[in-house]
Design a protein around this ligand. Structure first.
Ligand code: ADP
Ligand code: MG
Length: 291
């Protein structure tokens, strides 16, 4: 049996040791600890969630961080160190989570996503000329990808319940949907259907690729994406989906893109897949291999 250093140390009877930094032991503490909005806190409560599951208590602190951390270390300012960090973030992951099916991964990524987008919104509204009271919508900020339509629509539904009254709009993107193609003022399409206004797009890779058009890199709907979540990432990076997933990933050009991968444990070779993916990305961007 391997004995780690940690295990040899005497444990204090009072503090139960935890594998995770600052575990969240109750959803009720999220508001005081991380400043999540009243609406988000109420939605969590009204859904009947009180005690976080293991995957939630471990990942929530990492993704919520302190109010400024949550936007990422590179979100604010552009001095030398931050520039370097932001270049690194192009080929790095925020988080790779492997946890069994049914362990509550959806909540674990949706809560931080909604929180951070609310913070971004607040920041944007401060920047807007207060006198004009103009509220801008600069397009989707986050993408959640899942391998099947059923899963994607479930995630969107669960997300909407959490996003009630937060001002964050979650859209399940179906094939044939009309996403904004340019930064020009938005027009209705030939059928009189207005373009989708959303903060979070939830979709399968294939449906999203259909919706963004032939040149995803030029699609305005992807131009402001700051967060990408790959749910069932082991499947999204397996040979069947890999090309589509990577086409979308490589179309996201924000220097402060933050990516998290979520995967079930069974038969998952996600760590290897993630390494290969990031290595491919580094070479595609002509960066030296990571140490
Ligand atoms: P996973 O994606 O890890 O397979 P899900 O996110 O689909 O798991 O969650 C499985 C079920 O557990 C869902 O019905 C969800 O509402 C429920 N659930 C998630 N977190 C909690 C929690 N903290 N307390 C009670 N139920 C929860
Ligand atoms: Mg899931």
């Amino acid at each position: 049996k391997k004995k780690s250093k940690k295990e040899e140390k005497p444990r204090s009877a009072k503090s139960k040791p935890s594998l995770y930094p600052n575990p969240v032991t109750s959803f009720g503490t999220l508001r005081s600890r991380y400043g999540i909005s009243r609406a988000l806190a109420e939605n969590i409560h009204n859904q009947g969630y009180t005690v976080p599951t293991e995957v939630q208590l471990g990942s929530l602190p990492l993704l919520l961080g302190s109010p400024t951390d949550a936007l990422g270390p590179h979100a604010l300012g552009q001095n030398g160190a931050e520039k370097e960090a932001s270049q690194n973030s192009v080929t790095s992951l925020d988080l790779l989570t492997v946890a069994p099916t049914g362990s509550g991964k959806t909540l674990a990524f949706m809560i931080p996503l909604i929180h951070v987008l609310q913070q971004l919104r607040r920041q944007e509204n401060q920047d807007v000329d207060v006198a004009s009271k103009k509220r801008t919508h600069s397009g989707p900020k986050a993408i959640v990808l899942a391998p099947t339509k059923e899963l994607a629509s479930q995630i969107a539904n669960e997300g909407r319940k959490l996003a009630l009254n937060t001002g964050i709009k979650i859209t399940y993107v179906k094939k044939g949907m009309h996403l904004q193609q340019s930064d020009e003022p938005q027009e209705e399409d030939e059928n009189g259907v207005p373009p989708v206004k959303a903060d979070i797009l939830v979709s399968t890779p294939l449906s999203l690729l259909h919706a963004v058009g032939d040149e995803p890199k030029d699609c305005a709907a992807l131009a402001h994406i700051r967060f990408m979540v790959l749910d069932e990432a082991d499947v999204l990076l397996d040979p069947l989906f890999r090309t589509q997933t990577l086409t979308l990933w490589n179309s996201l050009t924000s220097p402060s893109l933050r990516v998290s991968l979520w995967s079930a444990t069974m038969g998952s070779n996600i760590e290897q897949l993630a390494k290969e993916t990031l290595a491919t990305r580094r070479s595609a961007l002509s960066l030296p291999p990571s140490p």
